[in-house]
Design a protein around this ligand. Structure first.
Ligand code: DQA
Length: 142
């Protein structure tokens, strides 16, 4: 009943990073909210963050290897660039749910493409920190 919550580049700076776009909630706050909701749903979350693309690839493989129930993935800017993450998602059977705080479709053109979204089970974007809780609820219902 393990859910991996993987966060990509610059998400360690949540809280102070462009708060007008991403809000003032920190990643630690999000992790705490997810732990509460996960406990209610009978799940356990493992919340991680890396600024390195290959580390995110390794963690997707690890989720598969340990038999995680789902992966919530906010790949940050790698969402829009990473064929390696797309291939990693395609290489595993564990469902990956794409998560974003902002709604990339309302932003710059280069954020309208998502490599992650091409293989994700689904996407939740635009609800700030709540996007993660909504994605966790979606994962619980899979
Ligand atoms: C983001 C959206 C991406 O376009 C951006 O590069 C991020 C954060 C979000 O959660 O809204 O780093 O994934």
């Amino acid at each position: 009943n393990q859910i991996f919550v993987l966060n990509g580049p610059n998400l360690n700076l949540l809280g102070t990073r462009e708060p007008a776009i991403y809000g003032s909630t920190t990643l630690a706050d999000i992790a705490a909210q997810l732990e509460v909701r996960a406990a209610e749903l009978g799940l356990a979350v493992d919340v991680r963050q890396s600024n390195h693309e290959g580390t995110l690839v390794d963690w997707i493989h690890e989720a598969q290897a340990i038999g995680a129930r789902a992966v919530l993935l906010n790949a940050g800017a790698y969402t829009h660039t990473s064929v390696a993450l797309l291939d990693a998602i395609k290489a595993v059977t564990v469902p990956v749910i794409e998560v974003h705080l902002s709604n990339p479709h309302t932003r710059e053109e280069f954020r309208h493409v998502s490599f992650v979204g091409r293989a994700a089970r689904g996407t939740i974007a635009g609800f700030g920190a709540r996007s993660y809780v909504l994605a966790l609820e979606a994962a619980a219902a899979l």
